[in-house]
Design a protein around this ligand. Structure first.
Ligand code: IPM
Ligand code: MG
Length: 356
């Protein structure tokens, strides 16, 4: 039997609750589609700081490198907010992305018809939205050196190399070819040199993809256009910080930040992670929405293991569970027949996978 080794990192806050549901769903599809998943649990984030004194212990990093894929929940919380930057939970995640070479973060923002009313935007504005945000993930201002914090001043460096832009652009173009064949490069080329370089590199890469239409948009305008007319977008290609911000915005178009999955790829081992954070305010209450993590698990099956049918099965199950009116609290105001806890909706989705 085909066996895949998954390094599972639950993290902090709601991380453990949502990851548990994704594992539940993965277990049921693996039986159904005839492959085996070995789940190997490791610590990262605040929980690792508490035990090992660092957010990404070597043991976790080595296990992630040796695995076939990483399934990750969320990290961070007020308890660790005052630590030195390199000890903060977030630094663990950034280091993991960097060490695994996960330079391209794919964040699909698709509206489920069933949740059309959950969006804060009008139904006619959001019906049919299907955007793929391709966010550069291991460069830019997140990683640029030098960076320093003094008492009365601080600075960061936004830096990109030709090669860093080229490799993530190729992924965006490949993705666009399988979708609407349109790329919007989001930047701030009227102000930033890095953005100027992005435009040059993307124009160069575009020569190999004559079928893909490329447009450029300043990030401030893109933020506005996303809520004005999100349907104009197919693939949004952008640098690390802009992608972080715009993907949160895109999630609300779809109804809840608890719905959007992501795949961080490019290296040998990918990280499959919801786009949301650890939501410490609702941790431990059993009300977190596990759908973003469950959908990330589906992305893992598709991209890491080439198990497209099993991935589709999870996506179909999620859709029908929503169609049948099961909702977690974040999306419960809208057409809910039954309000479910985190583990209830996980179990229902898991049961529904047997239908497809
Ligand atoms: C995300 C998160 C992370 C990021 C944080 C937790 C470091 O917001 O995955 O979008 O900024 O990349
Ligand atoms: Mg973010």
């Amino acid at each position: 039997m085909k066996t895949y080794n998954v390094c599972v990192i639950k993290g902090d806050g709601i991380g453990p609750e949502i990851v548990e549901e994704a594992v539940k769903v993965l277990d049921s599809v693996s039986h159904k589609f005839g492959f085996e998943l070995n789940f190997d649990y490791h610590l990262m984030g605040g929980c690792a700081v508490d035990i090992f004194g660092v957010p990404l212990p070597d043991e976790t990093l080595n296990a992630a490198k040796a695995s076939d894929a990483v399934l990750f929940g969320a990290i961070g919380g007020a308890k660790w907010d005052n630590l030195a930057r390199h000890l903060r939970p977030e630094s663990g995640l950034l280091k993991l992305r960097k060490e695994l070479g996960a330079f391209a973060n794919l964040r699909p923002a698709i509206i489920f018809d069933e949740l059309i009313n959950a969006s804060t935007l009008k139904p006619e504005t959001v019906r049919g939205v299907d955007i793929l945000v391709v966010r550069e993930l291991t460069g830019g201002i997140y990683f640029g050196q030098p960076r320093e914090k003094h008492e009365k001043s601080a600075f960061n460096t936004m830096v990109y190399s030709y090669e860093e832009i080229e490799r993530v652009s190729k992924i965006a173009f490949e993705a666009a070819m399988k979708r609407g064949k349109k790329i919007t490069l989001v930047d701030k080329a009227n102000v930033l040199e890095t953005s100027q370089l992005w435009r040059e590199v993307v124009a160069e890469v575009a020569k190999s993809y004559p079928e893909v239409a490329v447009e450029q948009m300043y990030v401030d305008n893109a933020a506005m256009q996303l809520v004005r007319d999100p349907k104009q977008f197919d693939v949004l290609l952008t640098e690390n910080l802009f992608g972080d911000i715009l993907s949160d915005e895109a999630s609300m178009i779809c109804g809840s930040i608890g719905l959007l999955p992501s795949a961080s790829i490019g290296g040998k081992v990918g990280i499959y992670e919801p786009i949301h954070g650890s939501a410490p305010d609702i941790a431990g209450q059993g009300i977190a929405n596990p759908i973003a993590t469950i959908m990330s698990a589906a992305m893992m099956l598709r991209y890491a293991f080439n198990e497209a049918e099993a991935a589709q099965c999870i996506e179909n199950a999620v859709k029908s569970v929503l169609r049948d009116g099961y909702r977690t609290k974040d999306i419960a105001k809208f057409d809910a027949k039954e309000i479910c806890s985190t583990s209830e909706i996980g179990s229902i989705i898991s049961d529904y996978t047997h239908k497809f």
